[in-house]
Design a protein around this ligand. Structure first.
Ligand SMILES: *[C@@H]1O[C@H](CO)[C@@H](O)[C@H](O)[C@H]1NC(C)=O
Ligand SMILES: CC(=O)N[C@H]1CO[C@H](CO)[C@@H](O)[C@@H]1O
Length: 320
């Protein structure tokens, strides 16, 4: 029942985005509603250069929780949407995603409910909508371009790396890895939400604990040949809700378990209720035998202590 309500709410929010009226005060909102067929469709080149130039960035705050302002460094009104006083969260979608993928309204709304954040939603749908391999090949450049943009915001003293949290889902987790590297690993926190596994399993450029001062990974679909995510522990803290596979209520639907990573993340912004225990071994993770110290999974804290593998058992419906 709650899950149904949650789905309806998320759907309503997604539709909300599609029904945005054009606004004269920003030149940008309508861009988000542009049909993808009218957008440029560059092919992924082997040089991987310039992919980031198609990135778009949409700002939300408590002042404009519904209608985003497109971030444009040349437009002061756009930059002024960001508050220097507030912490900043950047969200990156994954393969086949876009700014209006349910991940974004869900995590954005939960975060804004918990605190007056600057939320920047990265849209790299021009590449994320191509073949999986093209999308993978564009990840480095998309991430570096995000890193460069953040660097500029830091230079202008609008954003500070110590108050910045990068959240990436699926391929977006690896996008955040490249953004983090561009910022010399000095971002306070990266959260990888079920980082994609296909073509990243042995890829040394995947998300690692070097990419931010604190890297947390939530693995919800990381085991088996059909899994969407890397099961490997790659961050400082790696959380395996319900053992890191087959999430409650998802049955054998891997996409459902994959999505659960951002649903759980969103839920912890408002509830901060998912307390995991440290595991001494992979065996303990899978057998539900983790009895080590406690760690709060997700939430909005920028400085967290603790490293290793952690397991938390959740319910099947929101807020889990
Ligand atoms: C997962 O999320 C995507 C994007 O929000 C959505 O299109 C898809 O239907 C979801 N899949 C499942 C099984 O929940
Ligand atoms: C927590 C915090 O500092 N919130 C501030 C976020 O930005 C708005 C607009 O500048 C302020 O009014 C809040 O006090």
């Amino acid at each position: 029942m709650f899950r149904v309500i949650f789905m309806i709410v998320t759907f309503a929010l997604a539709c909300d985005c599609l029904l945005w009226p054009t606004r004269s005060t920003t030149t940008t909102t309508e861009k988000l509603t542009t049909d993808s067929s009218t957008q440029p469709k560059p092919s992924a080149s082997t040089t991987q250069n310039g992919h980031g130039s198609f990135n778009k960035y949409f700002i939300y705050t408590r002042t404009n929780p519904r209608f985003p302002v497109e971030l444009n460094l040349d437009v002061q009104e756009s930059i002024d949407t960001l508050s220097k006083d507030n912490r900043t969260i950047v969200i990156a979608h994954g393969y086949e995603g876009s700014a209006i993928t349910s991940l974004n309204p869900t995590v954005k709304d939960a975060a804004l409910q918990s605190e007056d954040f600057n939320i920047i939603v990265l849209d790299w749908s021009v590449y994320a909508g191509q073949s999986y391999t093209n999308a993978v090949n564009s990840v480095p450049d998309v991430g570096r371009a995000l890193g460069k943009l953040i660097n500029e915001l830091v230079t202008r003293e609008i954003v500070s790396l110590s108050r910045l949290h990068l959240i990436g889902f699926d391929l977006g987790a690896h996008v955040m890895a490249f953004a983090g590297r561009e910022l010399n690993g000095n971002v306070a926190r990266i959260t990888g939400l079920n980082p994609s596994g296909s073509q990243w399993g042995t890829n040394s450029q995947r998300l690692t604990f070097n990419d931010a001062l604190y890297v947390e990974v939530i693995h919800t679909d990381g085991i088996g040949p059909l899994a969407n995510g890397i099961g490997d522990a790659v961050g400082h803290a790696d959380f395996y809700p319900n053992g890191g596979t087959g999430q409650p209520g998802c049955f054998l639907n891997h996409k459902c378990s994959h999505n659960r990573s951002w649903e759980l993340m969103a839920a912890t912004f408002t509830n901060n209720h998912l307390i995991a225990n440290r595991c001494g071994s992979w065996y303990q993770v899978t057998m539900n035998l983790c009895r080590g110290y406690q760690m709060w999974m997700g939430n909005s804290e920028l400085v967290k202590q603790g490293s290793g593998m952690f397991r938390v058992n959740t319910k099947r419906t929101y807020p889990f």
